[in-house]
Design a binder for this molecule. Structure first.
Ligand SMILES: [Mg+2]
Length: 193
């Protein structure tokens, strides 16, 4: 199976880490994002802009944090022999070395992944398809891909997407709290094929 795995919000707790970096740098305390643009709305323009500077990106994407259960599930997908690509909307100019270090840390001792695609957000992730399966937390991307009706999308329920994604499951969308559900679905799909 050709699988696209998002990184931020799926494997890496971007919201927690970004809020921590803002608190460390500016002393700004924020709550976990309750919707997609919550953090941008909670901080002032200077703080938000800093987050996307080289210093901000280094502090955030250099952080050694991960959702352990999601990493374990993707390691299983790799071990099963799937064609796994990491597809992220991180700015390639500033973050490639951090992304490479993150992937090497968590997947470096297992089977090789097929690709890493770090693309500016104006390039839709579906444009790199066709994908058999996508793991993605951003509602806009989830619904964009689901609408193609050719890719199964698994979306983790997180505080910032829950209002949009909870209950939205359908033939091409499964929300999850336990990433082991993805591995189980892939195993069954193999039998169906
Ligand atoms: Mg994401």
């Amino acid at each position: 199976m050709r699988i696209a795995v998002d990184i931020d919000g799926v494997l890496f707790p971007w919201d927690d880490v970004a809020r921590g970096a803002l608190q460390f740098t500016f002393g700004t305390h924020t709550r976990a994002s309750g919707h997609w643009h919550a953090l941008k709305e909670a901080v002032d323009t200077r703080e938000w802009r800093w987050l996307w500077t080289r210093a901000g990106q280094d502090m955030v994407f250099g952080a050694d944090h991960a959702y352990g259960n999601a990493v374990a599930a993707v390691r299983e997908l790799l071990a099963m022999g799937n064609e796994v690509h990491f597809v992220t909307h991180r700015d390639p100019r500033l973050t490639l070395h951090h992304t490479a270090a993150f992937l090497s840390r968590h997947f470096g001792d297992g089977p090789a992944w097929a690709g890493v695609h770090s693309i500016k957000s104006r390039t839709p992730k579906r444009a790199l398809g066709p994908w058999d399966l996508m793991i993605e937390d951003k509602p806009d991307t989830v619904f964009d891909v689901v609408a193609q009706e050719n890719t199964m999308v698994f979306a983790p329920l997180r505080p910032w997407n829950r209002a949009e994604l909870e209950g939205a499951d359908g033939p091409y969308l499964r929300t999850y709290t336990d990433p082991a559900d993805i591995v189980e679905w892939v195993e069954h799909a193999k039998w169906r094929a």
